[in-house]
Design a protein. Structure first.
Length: 580
């Protein structure tokens, strides 16, 4: 019932009434002890005078020392010390008033001394007894907070309301002076201590390097259960390797994304994949009118279709089938097309050259051609850093797609490609693989000690994709700034440490077919920077579109590995296959 739901006002009234009742009792007990349980009638007026002076004085001073705004569960020895200080002031003032007003009323001096101890014990015991009762009924995790902000305040309120099973002990941040948030003391981060905490909740924004140092420091003081308040959702989650490694761009322009997406009918290929499904979620979030979902994987398409709440139509379709895709365009008439469908796994594409060419190149060409033919307003091609000076079939096929997107006569369709590196947690990426190996108690397999990759969180990468799409004029290849590249061996060690495992439990297996030691984004060779720090534009590569179309047609007819690689080398001059 709402009547019995705990609130700050009810808690304050309960403390207030309890203090008044206990104060009356302690004063009467003090007089009884002073007069050996036989109070002379002449001192009855003195008792009422003591009531009228001491009780209001107590309420005022105790309120000043925040004794009526503390939650029982969080009543600590620090608060008990403040209660003692408050009593010293209360009885000093009470004694002074009694001394100055002795001509008008008489209060025995011994009453102040006796009542001081009774009052402190009773009022302090009242608070601790309630806390003990509550602690016996709650199985809460003792938590410290990193960050003095409204997010911390909201989480503490949720703890008070019983929504979260945490017992806040202290807050730490870069503060000059100690203060309080929701009656939890805020200390300078330099005083970070365990305080018998089992959990740390990070609510402030920190850089990757700062977060790395902070996690190490928390581990040093014995706090291994580290949580982080999610910026994208109103949740508290376990800190993950994604948090320690992900590039977090500071210039996400949500208004630009909303203007680009809102009230538009959007067709998304590869809609059930890691990137495609997140694009779908973001389109729903930013107010798209309707989504057309295209994917050749039944389960993936089913999953994203069930998840979304926006108006949508799912098509179980292969983008390489031109006639079938054509029917979708003619029927749905999308305003924006986001082409995420592709084979992306390097070793698999290396072993399945023909499939990579058909799905990646022919599929992309089909979708671009139909977008132009049907007057689609914007077309975005999802590309990859592996298209830069490719050494594998996957990268070479994606580079052909970029070249086609840049040079096609697009009429009224604005075509752009967006190139970025690995997204953390995507299907086939190294992070889920490492997690599985750690859970199985197996050593982590790394191909080479020096192999490096760029990483970004899926939601952030996809938002930047849409943001880049809003900038498109025609033929651009946008490059997302992925931050500093990360050694996979370092990633493995961080993950092992995060899971409390031996950091050296790593096996090096050697580079796989088509795999590079270092991926490139060509930011240093970009023609220009956009108005956003996280988005660059690559220098254009001009090609005769008729020649390119002819070469793609010839490529599509080839089936032998050597012939396909040879033709890819003719189209992509910088392609140097490592498998030959």
């Amino acid at each position: 019932m709402q009547l019995f739901k705990p609130t700050g006002l009810k808690r304050t009234l309960f403390f207030l009434i309890g203090d008044i009742v206990l104060s009356i009792f302690s004063i009467i007990l003090a007089y009884l002890l002073r007069f050996k349980f036989e109070i002379p009638q002449s001192f009855y007026s003195s008792i009422f005078t003591t009531f009228s002076i001491l009780i209001p004085l107590k309420i005022v001073i105790l309120a000043f020392f925040r004794q009526y705004s503390i939650t029982w569960r969080f009543y600590s020895f620090v608060d008990a010390k403040n209660l003692f200080k408050a009593h010293l002031i209360i009885y000093f003032i009470f004694g002074s008033v009694g001394f100055l007003g002795f001509k008008y009323f008489y209060i025995p001096k011994s009453i102040a001394i006796i009542d001081f101890f009774f009052s402190f014990v009773m009022l302090g015991g009242f608070r601790f007894f309630k806390r003990l009762l509550i602690e016996n009924n709650y199985n809460e995790k003792k938590a410290i907070f990193i960050g003095a902000n409204t997010k911390t305040q909201n989480i503490i309120k949720r703890c008070l309301n019983g929504e979260l099973n945490y017992y806040p002990l202290a807050i730490y941040d870069d503060v000059d002076s100690e203060t309080y948030i929701s009656n939890i003391k805020v200390y300078n981060i330099d005083k970070l201590d365990n305080l018998d905490a089992t959990t740390a909740i990070i609510t402030k924004h920190v850089s990757q390097k700062e977060l790395d140092v902070l996690v190490d420091r928390l581990n040093e003081i014995g706090v291994v259960d580290i949580k982080i308040a999610n910026d994208f959702e109103n949740t508290i989650k376990n800190i993950s390797i994604e948090d320690l490694l992900a590039r977090k761009p500071k210039d996400l322009d949500k208004k630009a994304i909303e203007d680009f997406v809102k009230n538009k009918k959007i067709l998304i290929t590869g809609a059930g994949g890691s990137i495609g499904s997140e694009i779908c979620r973001l389109c729903e979030k930013y107010g798209a009118k309707e989504l057309v979902l295209v994917d050749n994987g039944e389960f993936n398409l089913y999953s994203i279709n069930e998840e979304l709440n926006i108006k949508r139509k799912p098509y179980l379709m292969d983008v390489a089938k031109y006639d079938e895709i054509k029917k979708i365009f003619e029927k749905e008439k999308p305003e924006i097309v986001i082409h995420a469908a592709a084979y992306k796994h390097v070793p698999l594409c290396e072993e399945n050259h023909k499939s990579a060419v058909v799905n990646n190149i022919i599929g992309t060409k089909n979708v671009i051609d139909l977008a132009v033919e049907n007057g689609v307003k914007n077309f975005i091609l999802i590309s990859t850093d592996k298209a830069v000076r490719p050494t594998n079939v996957m990268g070479a096929t994606k580079r052909v797609c970029e070249l086609y997107a840049q040079n096609i006569k697009s009429k009224n369709t604005k075509i752009a490609a967006v190139r970025f590196g690995n997204v953390l947690g995507s299907s086939g990426s190294v992070v889920p693989k490492f997690k599985k190996l750690i859970e199985e108690g197996k050593p982590l397999t790394v191909t080479h000690p020096e192999i490096t990759r760029y990483f970004m969180l899926i939601p952030e990468a996809c938002q930047l994709v849409l943001q880049a799409g809003s900038l498109a004029q025609n033929g651009e290849i946008f490059i997302l700034d992925m931050g500093e590249p990360v050694k996979i061996a370092d990633l493995a060690r961080k993950m092992l440490k995060l899971y409390g495992k031996d950091e050296n439990n790593i096996i090096y297996t050697g580079l796989r077919p088509g795999e590079k030691l270092y991926e490139e984004l060509l930011i240093n060779e970009a023609e220009k920077q956009t108005k956003y720090e996280s988005i660059f534009v690559a220098a254009p590569t001009q090609m005769d579109i008729n020649t390119l179309q002819k070469e793609i047609e010839e490529l599509s007819k080839l089936s032998k590995k050597e012939s396909i690689i040879k033709k890819l080398k003719e189209i992509v001059k910088e392609y140097k296959p490592s498998s030959l």
